[in-house]
Structures are given as structure tokens and as C-alpha cells.
Design a binder for this molecule. Structure first.
Ligand SMILES: [Zn+2]
Length: 232
């Protein structure tokens, strides 16, 4: 299969679905990671332009370590809109990735860029099959399956769990590549950058008999679904 994970910011896919992507790679599937914004607001002291370059380098290192292709859309951090320019960029990213499965932010997630990204993904998935909605790459001839990633909130109700225990240390190593985020997120959450991920994945693990698990909610549509489980 071909798997596409779309995150709003650098470090989102590592946090929300890094273990699942590692398992896809171990099973021989192709993975593409797409990052919508350049992350240029994620620091208390590094100027935005310099920060965007740092975050792109960190993201490339994480994608390389995963063995995935990186698609960098470069929209401004904190300002992602559900507009035509963004929609066309998402459609083109989906067509380039040619995914069977897409992993994306929960539509009710905490960050405005995450929520905008969710809406863009849902709409772009359909439009990626419409030939006269023209972008550089050809239209898809199938409807990829879509899973929402865990928002880590009590309101998120998973339909599917992935046991990531075997790859959890590697998942932590992927997140740690985002060294620029450690300082300000540690201040914000009064803990280290990895702790919210450990707690969330341990909590989801309790629900499915695993030490660590990632949770997803499958998007069910009018057509284009499958009865098969597509997660690892
Ligand atoms: Zn984010």
C-alpha cells in the first residue's frame, strides 16, 4: 500500500501516528508525510524565518529516518485557512502521494491549524478524484480511505487501535529529532516534549491490551470504503 500522513505542523505525524507509520514501513509499505505549515511560530526566541528553516531540516531528518518522502507545503504557522490556494495544494499533495490510506488530524482537534487541515483533507480527498479540478499531477481513480488521528482529548472516540509497543522507542527517537520544540513545549506543558505522547499512548494501550497504542477514528462516507482493516 501507499500511506499518506498529513500533519499541520512539523512534529505532528511523529506524535500522532509515528508508531503506525513505523509499522507500515516495517511491513514494506510506502509512506509519504506531508506538512502543511512551516512551523515558524514555534519558538520563544528564534526569529520566524530562521525557525522555518530549522524545522524543515528537522522534518527532513525525521522523514529520512522513517524512510518516507516529505512533502512540505510551507503555509504560515497559525494561519492555515480553508481557502482555494490551500485546497489546491492539498489536492496536489494527495495526487502526488497516490495513497491507499490517509491519516489526518481530527476535525475537532485543539489547534486551529489542525482543524483547518482536517477540513482541507476531507474536501481535497474528494476533489483529488475530479479530473477537471486541475493540478500538476493527474487525478486519482480511487477514493483513499481516511482515518482521523487521536486528538488526545477525552472527546475523541477511537474506532481502531494500533499496538505500537515494539516501535515505541523508535517513535520517541523520531519526536526527539525536533530539538527546536523541546524548550518552549516543555515550558508550555510543564513537562518534557515526550511526556504527553507517552501518557496518551499508554492510555490508549490500556484500552486494547497493549503497553503503548495509537488510536484512530475511521471516516465513514457514502461510498469508497472497504470492509478490510487497513491499519497495521
Ligand atoms: Zn500541530
Amino acid at each position: 500500500m501507499r500511506v499518506l500522513a498529513i500533519g499541520a505542523h512539523p512534529d505532528d505525524w511523529e506524535f500522532h501516528c509515528g508508531g503506525t507509520l513505523l509499522l507500515y514501513r516495517r511491513a514494506g509499505h510506502e509512506v509519504v508525510v506531508c506538512i502543511a505549515t512551516n512551523g515558524d511560530k514555534g519558538s520563544k526566541r528564534v526569529p520566524s524565518r530562521e525557525l522555518a528553516e530549522i524545522r524543515r531540516r528537522e522534518s527532513q531528518a525525521a522523514a529520512d529516518r522513517l524512510g518516507a518522502e516529505l512533502l512540505w507545503l510551507g503555509f504560515e504557522d497559525g494561519a492555515l485557512q480553508d481557502g482555494l490556494e490551500e485546497r489546491m495544494a492539498f489536492v496536489e499533495a494527495i495526487r502526488r502521494a497516490r495513497p491507499d490510506v490517509v491519516l489526518a488530524h481530527d476535525p475537532d482537534d485543539y489547534h486551529p491549524d489542525h482543524r483547518a487541515s482536517a477540513r482541507l483533507v476531507r474536501d481535497a480527498l474528494f476533489l483529488s478524484m475530479v479530473p477537471q479540478f486541475a493540478t500538476e499531477s493527474p487525478a486519482l481513480t480511487w477514493w483513499p480511505s481516511l482515518y482521523w488521528m487521536d486528538s488526545c482529548s477525552p472527546q475523541f472516540l477511537p474506532t481502531d487501535y494500533v499496538d505500537v509497543t515494539d516501535v515505541f522507542a523508535e517513535k520517541e527517537a523520531l519526536l526527539a529529532l525536533h530539538a527546536s520544540q523541546a524548550e518552549w513545549i516543555d515550558d508550555l506543558s510543564q513537562t518534557d516534549i515526550g511526556e504527553p505522547m507517552r501518557v496518551t499512548n499508554r492510555f490508549r494501550g490500556l484500552a486494547c491490551g497493549a503497553k503503548y497504542a495509537e488510536a484512530f477514528c475511521r471516516e465513514v462516507r457514502a461510498a469508497g470504503g472497504t470492509a478490510s482493516r487497513l491499519l497495521p
